[in-house]
Design a binder for this molecule. Structure first.
Ligand code: NAP
Length: 346
């Protein structure tokens, strides 16, 4: 790393300070005040630096900053949610991991490798296996971060409270770290949210959030509700980078989280990702996951294959330049592998 601590001109400092004054990164920024010249693989590169000097809004250039305030450096590093709870940037997804041996082995392998976060859901049908693997791991409960979700057919106030108890029992845990509304079921999600607010107030969950919410769903939910979702977990990968949604979430301190970050394997032969990977000695999956982190997006790739579970987490020892970040962004086609949150029938 090239480290040159140089005083930052006051005009630049005050502009950046102003832009981040309402944000969670203010403290980090102060600590980095004299380190704006830490230039390492483009965390803060020339384009971004000049953009700031020219007076462009830092928020608009946030992607260029590559999250330099908050760059995760280890698998155990976490983002700070809007209620000050820490959530790991990186976790294991377990959709389609079969209940019993398969999911247990995957979760145990991940935890042995240092993963702290596991993403499951009632509808995945594998919460018991996730819970068993957590118990077997011997790792202290408070070191882990477990997410589960209320399924669509259980939405509503009482039914959500009931579904939560079922999930908690299957997982064998006293509390859940993050409980999400799985999909924005029309005419149901507001009542469901009230149940999540109760669970949060009761201390049964450390944070509550949503999944597959578009901007209009979030606006609707936030109107009249007491708690702003801490997280929005959405389909997110280089073919679906969802910039307007991401900007909205940033402005409202809702942490974006990527599901199907690898586009379920469909992007792994992409020539650009291969080319960028060759520069860093990394594979395309690792390039995508690093791109997530530098975009300040929590990511939860799924694998039941031990070598892949290890490879996927080996993304903390290199950085993508802002030019490569943008080249990857340019792959966006607004293309989904999953359902459209405005048009689903399950
Ligand atoms: N909230 C929602 O509505 C929602 C929807 C979908 C998913 N999710 C969550 O997001 C997680 C991740 O999404 P996802 O499971 O859909 O897809 P994904 O993580 O994009 O891709 C998983 C697929 O890629 C393969 N894979 C993983 N790492 C690989 C590597 N390094 N090289 C080659 N292939 C690799 C896996 O195979 P193997 O397992 O055989 O290794 C699996 O087939 C899910 O598990 C779930 O927790 C949430």
């Amino acid at each position: 790393m090239i480290f040159r601590a140089v005083p930052v001109p006051n005009c630049l400092f005050s502009r950046v300070r102003h832009s981040f004054s309402a944000g969670r990164n203010t403290g980090d920024f102060y600590r980095n005040r004299l380190c704006l010249n830490v230039i390492h693989g483009g965390i803060l590169d020339r384009a971004c630096f000049y953009a700031m000097i020219k007076g462009r809004n830092v928020q608009q250039n946030h992607h260029l900053l590559g999250g330099f305030m908050n760059m995760p450096k280890h698998l155990s590093d976490s983002t700070i949610l809007n209620n000050d709870v820490r959530m790991p940037w990186f976790g294991l997804g377990v959709w389609k991991a079969t209940e019993g041996g398969e999911v247990e082995r995957a979760v145990r392998t991940a935890i042995e490798l240092g993963y702290k976060s596991i993403d499951t859901a009632a509808v995945y049908g594998n919460e018991a296996g996730v819970g068993q693997a957590i118990k077997d791991s011997g790792v202290a409960r408070e070191e882990l971060f477990v997410t589960t979700k209320v399924w669509n057919s259980n939405q509503g106030y009482d039914t959500t409270l009931q579904a939560f108890e079922e999930s908690r029992n299957k997982l064998g845990l006293d509390y859940i770290d993050l409980y999400l509304i799985h999909w924005p079921v029309k005419d149901k999600y507001k009542e469901t949210w009230k149940a999540l607010e109760k669970l949060y107030r009761d201390g049964s969950v450390r944070a509550i959030g949503v999944s597959n919410f578009q901007v209009h769903h979030l606006e609707d939910l936030m109107q009249g509700s007491e708690i702003v979702p801490a997280v929005n977990q959405v389909e997110y990968h280089p073919r679906l980078s969802q910039r307007p949604l991401h900007d909205f979430c940033r402005k409202n301190r809702i942490q974006l989280e990527a599901w199907s970050p690898l586009m379920q394997g469909q992007l792994l032969n992409n020539p650009l990702l291969i080319e960028i990977g060759e520069k860093h000695g990394k594979n395309p999956a690792q390039i995508i996951l690093r791109w997530d982190l530098q975009n300040e997006v929590v990511t939860i790739p799924k694998s039941v294959t031990p070598e892949r579970i290890a490879q996927n987490a080996d993304v903390f020892d290199f950085e993508l330049s802002s030019e490569d970040m943008e080249r990857i962004h340019a792959l966006n086609l607004d293309q989904r592998v999953g359902a459209d949150p405005d048009n689903f029938n399950f």
